[in-house]
Design a protein around this ligand. Structure first.
Ligand SMILES: [Zn+2]
Length: 226
């Protein structure tokens, strides 16, 4: 059952512009496309929270959102960006830099580095002492391992910070790319452009039936009303 579901999902993951891109603001699940209306005349496509669809209202009471309304919301969102490119790009880069700065100056990171230096020193001293006076091997091993363990824990915490920098660097590159895309566009978008959507938007967070948030690839969040 599980493998069947996964297979279905992966087979369809890139089928539509919104596949895999919609996230439920209620429960964090992805959305699935569904046809509504029996006849051609009343046919429309909606996106529903997979958790709601599978497990009902008790699991998640998010309502279905209209595909055409989502497309129109993207057109409005991107047209704001085209109309006011400079502010859009400026806000995007400021947004990235703010996170970067707050991370760089983070007291926690400094604390980790200081403690790592201390531990290295202690380890060296332990090794020197052992060479000089031959410690009891049991005590030596225990002491060494305890230092080693704390070091590993700190290194893991530090890696999370390095990873943040990496993500921000990628976001800055992406912002440059978006700037290039936007500066090549002077006309406002009239219809939904799947290529542009894929290029610019990481996710759409469905807050409610009428409220969504476009999360651009640099991390910038722009609210739209459906
Ligand atoms: Zn949900």
């Amino acid at each position: 059952m599980q493998s069947c579901t996964n297979e279905t999902r992966s087979r369809h993951s890139n089928k539509y512009a919104f596949s895999g891109k919609l996230i439920c603001g209620n429960c964090g699940s992805k959305f699935r496309r569904k046809r509504w209306g029996q006849t051609e005349k009343y046919k429309k496509y909606v996106w529903i929270c997979v958790n709601h669809a599978n497990n009902g209202n008790e699991a998640c009471d998010m309502k279905a959102v209209d595909e055409e309304k989502l497309k129109a919301a993207f057109v409005r969102s991107i047209n704001k960006a085209i109309q006011d490119k400079d502010t859009f790009i400026k806000t995007m880069i400021e947004n990235i830099n703010n996170v970067l700065e707050s991370r760089r100056e983070d007291a926690e990171l400094q604390e980790i580095n200081t403690r790592l230096e201390e531990l290295k020193e202690q380890m060296l001293n332990l090794v020197r002492l052992n060479l000089r006076s031959g410690l009891d091997s049991l005590i030596y091993d225990e002491e060494y391992q305890s230092l080693e363990q704390e070091m590993q824990e700190l290194k893991q915490r530090k890696a999370a910070f390095d990873n943040t920098e990496l993500i921000r660097d990628k976001a800055l590159k992406k912002a440059e790319e978006m700037q290039r895309i936007l500066s090549g566009r002077n006309e406002l978008l009239k219809r939904f452009d799947e290529g542009l959507f894929t290029e610019m938007v990481e996710h759409i967070r469905i807050v409610s039936l009428v409220e969504v948030e476009f999360i651009y690839k640099t991390g910038l969040v722009i609210k739209e009303i459906l």
